[in-house]
Design a protein around this ligand. Structure first.
Ligand code: SF4
Length: 160
């Protein structure tokens, strides 16, 4: 084996795989999740990458199955979910709201710009109907903050 160093790109530069409804979940995330492992992983992705300095440049790839947030979720069943029907409805609703298709790649800055353009404060009651986190209000609060930061350059992270 060569000792000249790694021959693959470091994990940090790999695109983060998100199913459609996780784009808005990443905006609303406040450190709460379904289990300690799920929360640790989501914190690493959202706080450690998307909201880290320069996080707007992180690339995201849309997938139509369990993604990089679902990995340690206690409800994951292979590439699916025990709440499959509900998750499919959320993904369909969010994909339509954000005009996302499997295979699309966009930066986190571009994703936030698209959210600001297409999802208005108050829309989550419709877009996220059925999600158990909706009633806590964290996601609407975060969406409002994202809109309030609209005047900032795209390359900056949304206010947190
Ligand atoms: S309400 Fe649910 S689906 Fe909507 S952004 Fe929040 S966590 Fe995600």
């Amino acid at each position: 084996m060569s000792d000249t160093g790694p021959t693959t790109r470091p994990a940090r530069s790999a695109a983060i795989r998100f199913r459609p409804h996780h784009f808005l979940c990443a905006v609303g995330y406040r450190g709460k999740g379904y289990s300690p492992d799920f929360t640790a992983n989501m914190t690493a992705v959202v706080m450690g990458r998307l909201r880290a300095p320069g996080g707007g440049g992180e690339m995201l790839e849309v997938i139509a199955a369990a993604d990089d947030l679902c990995g340690p979720c206690p409800s994951r069943e292979g590439a699916g979910c025990v709440s499959g029907a509900k998750i499919a409805r959320l993904d369909a609703s969010h994909a339509q709201a954000l005009d996302l298709l499997p295979g699309d790649r966009l930066s986190w800055a571009a994703a936030q710009a698209r959210i600001r353009e297409r999802v208005m404060p108050g829309d989550l009651a419709r877009v996220c109907a059925g999600c158990s986190w909706l009633a806590y209000g964290m996601c609407e609060e975060a969406l409002a903050a994202l809109h309030a930061a609209e005047a900032e350059p795209e390359t900056q992270d949304a206010a947190r």
